[in-house]
Design a protein around this ligand. Sequence first.
Ligand SMILES: Cc1cc2nc3c(=O)[nH]c(=O)nc-3n(C[C@H](O)[C@H](O)[C@H](O)COP(=O)(O)O)c2cc1C
Length: 209
Amino acid sequence: MAELYAIAILVKPKKAYTEEHTMEKIKIDAGAAFLYPMPMVLAGSVVDGKANFMAVGWVSRVNFKPPLVAIALGPHHTNKGIDENREFSINIPDVSLIEETDYCGLVSGKKTDKSGLFNVFFGELDKAPLIQECPVSISLSLFDAVKLPFNTLYIGEPKEVFTEEKYMTGNMLDIKKVNPFTLTMPDNQYWSIGENLGKAWSIGKSLKK
Ligand SMILES: Cc1cc2nc3c(=O)[nH]c(=O)nc-3n(C[C@H](O)[C@H](O)[C@H](O)COP(=O)(O)O)c2cc1C
Protein backbone atom coordinates (compact mmCIF):
# COMPACT_ATOMS: atom_id res chain seq x y z
CA MET A 1 0.00 0.00 0.00
CA ALA A 2 2.91 2.35 0.82
CA GLU A 3 4.23 1.85 -2.74
CA LEU A 4 0.89 2.81 -4.09
CA TYR A 5 0.95 6.12 -2.25
CA ALA A 6 4.46 6.82 -3.61
CA ILE A 7 3.10 7.07 -7.16
CA ALA A 8 -0.13 8.77 -6.28
CA ILE A 9 -0.75 12.19 -7.82
CA LEU A 10 -3.25 14.61 -6.39
CA VAL A 11 -5.46 15.87 -9.15
CA LYS A 12 -6.76 19.38 -8.83
CA PRO A 13 -9.95 19.45 -10.81
CA LYS A 14 -10.84 22.61 -12.75
CA LYS A 15 -14.52 22.18 -12.26
CA ALA A 16 -16.76 20.98 -9.51
CA TYR A 17 -16.33 17.24 -9.85
CA THR A 18 -18.11 14.78 -7.66
CA GLU A 19 -16.39 13.19 -4.65
CA GLU A 20 -15.57 10.18 -6.87
CA HIS A 21 -13.65 12.29 -9.42
CA THR A 22 -11.43 14.00 -6.84
CA MET A 23 -9.85 10.74 -5.69
CA GLU A 24 -6.07 10.41 -6.06
CA LYS A 25 -4.79 8.97 -9.33
CA ILE A 26 -2.52 5.93 -9.40
CA LYS A 27 -0.34 4.80 -12.30
CA ILE A 28 -0.76 1.31 -13.72
CA ASP A 29 1.40 -0.69 -16.14
CA ALA A 30 1.81 1.13 -19.49
CA GLY A 31 1.46 -2.25 -21.21
CA ALA A 32 -2.14 -2.19 -20.00
CA ALA A 33 -2.86 0.83 -22.21
CA PHE A 34 -5.73 -0.78 -24.08
CA LEU A 35 -8.74 1.08 -25.34
CA TYR A 36 -11.69 0.37 -23.20
CA PRO A 37 -13.72 -1.41 -24.54
CA MET A 38 -12.84 -2.65 -28.02
CA PRO A 39 -15.38 -3.75 -30.62
CA MET A 40 -15.07 -7.45 -31.51
CA VAL A 41 -14.91 -8.39 -35.18
CA LEU A 42 -14.00 -11.37 -37.35
CA ALA A 43 -11.37 -10.62 -39.97
CA GLY A 44 -11.47 -12.86 -43.01
CA SER A 45 -9.14 -13.69 -45.86
CA VAL A 46 -8.72 -16.47 -48.39
CA VAL A 47 -5.66 -18.57 -47.61
CA ASP A 48 -4.60 -21.36 -49.96
CA GLY A 49 -8.04 -21.25 -51.59
CA LYS A 50 -9.97 -21.47 -48.30
CA ALA A 51 -11.88 -18.84 -46.35
CA ASN A 52 -10.27 -18.24 -42.95
CA PHE A 53 -11.50 -16.09 -40.08
CA MET A 54 -9.79 -14.79 -36.95
CA ALA A 55 -11.08 -12.87 -33.92
CA VAL A 56 -9.87 -9.26 -33.79
CA GLY A 57 -10.30 -6.70 -31.05
CA TRP A 58 -7.74 -4.22 -32.36
CA VAL A 59 -9.81 -2.57 -35.06
CA SER A 60 -10.71 1.03 -35.84
CA ARG A 61 -11.88 3.43 -38.50
CA VAL A 62 -8.73 5.47 -39.20
CA ASN A 63 -9.58 7.87 -42.04
CA PHE A 64 -12.63 9.92 -42.98
CA LYS A 65 -12.27 10.35 -46.76
CA PRO A 66 -11.66 7.90 -48.26
CA PRO A 67 -13.09 5.70 -45.53
CA LEU A 68 -10.26 3.53 -44.17
CA VAL A 69 -10.45 0.87 -41.48
CA ALA A 70 -7.41 -0.77 -39.84
CA ILE A 71 -6.80 -4.03 -38.01
CA ALA A 72 -3.61 -4.71 -36.07
CA LEU A 73 -2.55 -8.31 -36.60
CA GLY A 74 0.24 -10.33 -35.06
CA PRO A 75 1.81 -12.98 -37.31
CA HIS A 76 -1.21 -15.17 -38.13
CA HIS A 77 -2.44 -17.49 -40.88
CA THR A 78 -4.99 -14.81 -41.94
CA ASN A 79 -2.13 -12.46 -42.86
CA LYS A 80 -0.96 -14.81 -45.61
CA GLY A 81 -4.23 -14.32 -47.47
CA ILE A 82 -4.22 -10.54 -47.02
CA ASP A 83 -0.59 -10.27 -48.14
CA GLU A 84 -1.16 -12.44 -51.23
CA ASN A 85 -4.57 -11.15 -52.34
CA ARG A 86 -4.52 -7.58 -51.01
CA GLU A 87 -8.16 -8.11 -49.97
CA PHE A 88 -9.82 -8.98 -46.67
CA SER A 89 -13.09 -8.70 -44.79
CA ILE A 90 -14.29 -7.37 -41.46
CA ASN A 91 -17.46 -8.96 -40.08
CA ILE A 92 -19.33 -7.74 -37.01
CA PRO A 93 -20.77 -10.69 -35.08
CA ASP A 94 -23.74 -10.32 -32.74
CA VAL A 95 -23.82 -11.80 -29.24
CA SER A 96 -25.29 -15.07 -30.55
CA LEU A 97 -21.95 -15.67 -32.33
CA ILE A 98 -19.76 -15.17 -29.24
CA GLU A 99 -18.62 -18.81 -29.07
CA GLU A 100 -17.79 -19.02 -32.78
CA THR A 101 -15.94 -15.71 -32.55
CA ASP A 102 -13.90 -16.84 -29.56
CA TYR A 103 -13.15 -20.14 -31.30
CA CYS A 104 -11.79 -18.20 -34.28
CA GLY A 105 -9.42 -16.55 -31.81
CA LEU A 106 -8.37 -19.82 -30.21
CA VAL A 107 -7.45 -21.96 -33.20
CA SER A 108 -5.35 -21.19 -36.25
CA GLY A 109 -6.32 -21.88 -39.84
CA LYS A 110 -2.80 -23.23 -40.16
CA LYS A 111 -3.88 -26.39 -38.34
CA THR A 112 -7.68 -26.23 -38.26
CA ASP A 113 -10.01 -25.63 -41.19
CA LYS A 114 -12.36 -22.81 -40.10
CA SER A 115 -13.95 -22.41 -43.55
CA GLY A 116 -17.08 -24.44 -42.70
CA LEU A 117 -17.86 -22.59 -39.49
CA PHE A 118 -20.04 -19.98 -41.22
CA ASN A 119 -22.00 -19.62 -44.44
CA VAL A 120 -19.61 -17.63 -46.59
CA PHE A 121 -20.52 -15.30 -49.43
CA PHE A 122 -18.58 -12.91 -51.63
CA GLY A 123 -19.28 -9.47 -52.99
CA GLU A 124 -17.28 -7.89 -55.77
CA LEU A 125 -13.98 -8.84 -54.09
CA ASP A 126 -13.54 -12.58 -54.60
CA LYS A 127 -10.81 -12.88 -51.95
CA ALA A 128 -12.71 -11.10 -49.17
CA PRO A 129 -14.91 -13.81 -47.58
CA LEU A 130 -18.04 -12.44 -45.90
CA ILE A 131 -20.06 -14.13 -43.15
CA GLN A 132 -23.77 -14.59 -43.80
CA GLU A 133 -24.57 -14.94 -40.07
CA CYS A 134 -22.96 -11.60 -39.12
CA PRO A 135 -25.27 -8.56 -39.10
CA VAL A 136 -22.61 -6.44 -40.81
CA SER A 137 -19.91 -7.56 -43.26
CA ILE A 138 -17.41 -5.29 -44.97
CA SER A 139 -15.20 -6.18 -47.92
CA LEU A 140 -11.97 -4.20 -48.12
CA SER A 141 -9.12 -3.80 -50.53
CA LEU A 142 -5.72 -3.35 -48.93
CA PHE A 143 -4.72 0.32 -48.83
CA ASP A 144 -1.48 -0.15 -46.92
CA ALA A 145 0.25 -2.59 -44.59
CA VAL A 146 2.35 -0.86 -41.95
CA LYS A 147 4.92 -3.04 -40.20
CA LEU A 148 5.06 -2.25 -36.50
CA PRO A 149 7.55 -3.86 -34.08
CA PHE A 150 5.23 -6.85 -33.48
CA ASN A 151 1.98 -6.33 -35.35
CA THR A 152 1.17 -5.37 -38.91
CA LEU A 153 -1.42 -2.65 -39.27
CA TYR A 154 -3.53 -3.68 -42.25
CA ILE A 155 -5.36 -0.61 -43.49
CA GLY A 156 -8.27 -1.42 -45.76
CA GLU A 157 -10.53 0.64 -47.96
CA PRO A 158 -14.11 -0.63 -47.66
CA LYS A 159 -15.61 -1.54 -51.02
CA GLU A 160 -19.00 -2.86 -49.88
CA VAL A 161 -20.92 -3.01 -46.61
CA PHE A 162 -23.55 -5.74 -46.38
CA THR A 163 -26.34 -5.90 -43.83
CA GLU A 164 -30.04 -6.79 -43.68
CA GLU A 165 -33.11 -4.59 -43.43
CA LYS A 166 -33.83 -5.98 -39.93
CA TYR A 167 -30.64 -4.32 -38.57
CA MET A 168 -31.62 -0.88 -39.84
CA THR A 169 -33.71 1.93 -38.45
CA GLY A 170 -34.44 4.34 -41.25
CA ASN A 171 -31.31 4.52 -43.42
CA MET A 172 -28.85 3.75 -40.59
CA LEU A 173 -27.55 0.67 -38.85
CA ASP A 174 -29.11 0.40 -35.41
CA ILE A 175 -26.70 -0.75 -32.69
CA LYS A 176 -29.52 -2.24 -30.60
CA LYS A 177 -30.60 -4.38 -33.54
CA VAL A 178 -27.04 -5.31 -34.59
CA ASN A 179 -26.30 -6.26 -30.96
CA PRO A 180 -22.50 -6.44 -31.22
CA PHE A 181 -20.19 -7.18 -28.30
CA THR A 182 -16.96 -5.74 -27.02
CA LEU A 183 -13.73 -6.87 -25.37
CA THR A 184 -11.70 -5.61 -22.46
CA MET A 185 -8.02 -6.40 -21.94
CA PRO A 186 -6.01 -7.39 -19.94
CA ASP A 187 -8.89 -9.03 -18.04
CA ASN A 188 -10.00 -10.67 -21.34
CA GLN A 189 -13.75 -10.30 -20.91
CA TYR A 190 -16.58 -9.85 -23.39
CA TRP A 191 -19.28 -7.25 -22.79
CA SER A 192 -22.56 -6.42 -24.40
CA ILE A 193 -23.60 -2.89 -25.31
CA GLY A 194 -25.12 -0.71 -22.61
CA GLU A 195 -27.61 2.12 -22.63
CA ASN A 196 -27.77 5.07 -24.97
CA LEU A 197 -26.47 8.20 -23.22
CA GLY A 198 -27.34 10.91 -25.69
CA LYS A 199 -26.39 12.39 -29.03
CA ALA A 200 -22.72 12.95 -29.94
CA TRP A 201 -21.70 16.34 -31.37
CA SER A 202 -24.70 17.67 -29.51
CA ILE A 203 -24.83 16.85 -25.79
CA GLY A 204 -21.78 19.06 -25.05
CA LYS A 205 -23.53 22.09 -26.49
CA SER A 206 -24.93 22.69 -23.01
CA LEU A 207 -21.40 23.81 -21.95
CA LYS A 208 -21.02 26.30 -24.81
CA LYS A 209 -21.00 29.93 -23.71
C1 LIG B 1 -10.96 -11.98 -28.07
C2 LIG B 1 -9.81 -12.10 -29.01
C3 LIG B 1 -9.32 -10.97 -29.64
C4 LIG B 1 -8.23 -11.06 -30.50
N1 LIG B 1 -7.75 -9.94 -31.10
C5 LIG B 1 -6.67 -10.04 -31.91
C6 LIG B 1 -6.16 -8.88 -32.56
O1 LIG B 1 -6.71 -7.78 -32.47
N2 LIG B 1 -5.06 -9.03 -33.32
C7 LIG B 1 -4.42 -10.24 -33.47
O2 LIG B 1 -3.41 -10.32 -34.17
N3 LIG B 1 -4.90 -11.35 -32.88
C8 LIG B 1 -6.01 -11.28 -32.13
N4 LIG B 1 -6.52 -12.40 -31.54
C9 LIG B 1 -5.84 -13.69 -31.78
C10 LIG B 1 -6.23 -14.37 -33.09
O3 LIG B 1 -7.62 -14.27 -33.33
C11 LIG B 1 -5.82 -15.85 -33.03
O4 LIG B 1 -4.44 -15.96 -32.87
C12 LIG B 1 -6.31 -16.65 -34.20
O5 LIG B 1 -6.19 -18.03 -33.89
C13 LIG B 1 -5.54 -16.39 -35.49
O6 LIG B 1 -6.15 -17.15 -36.49
P1 LIG B 1 -5.39 -17.59 -37.82
O7 LIG B 1 -4.07 -18.19 -37.41
O8 LIG B 1 -6.31 -18.61 -38.45
O9 LIG B 1 -5.20 -16.37 -38.65
C14 LIG B 1 -7.63 -12.34 -30.71
C15 LIG B 1 -8.14 -13.47 -30.09
C16 LIG B 1 -9.23 -13.35 -29.25
C17 LIG B 1 -9.79 -14.59 -28.58
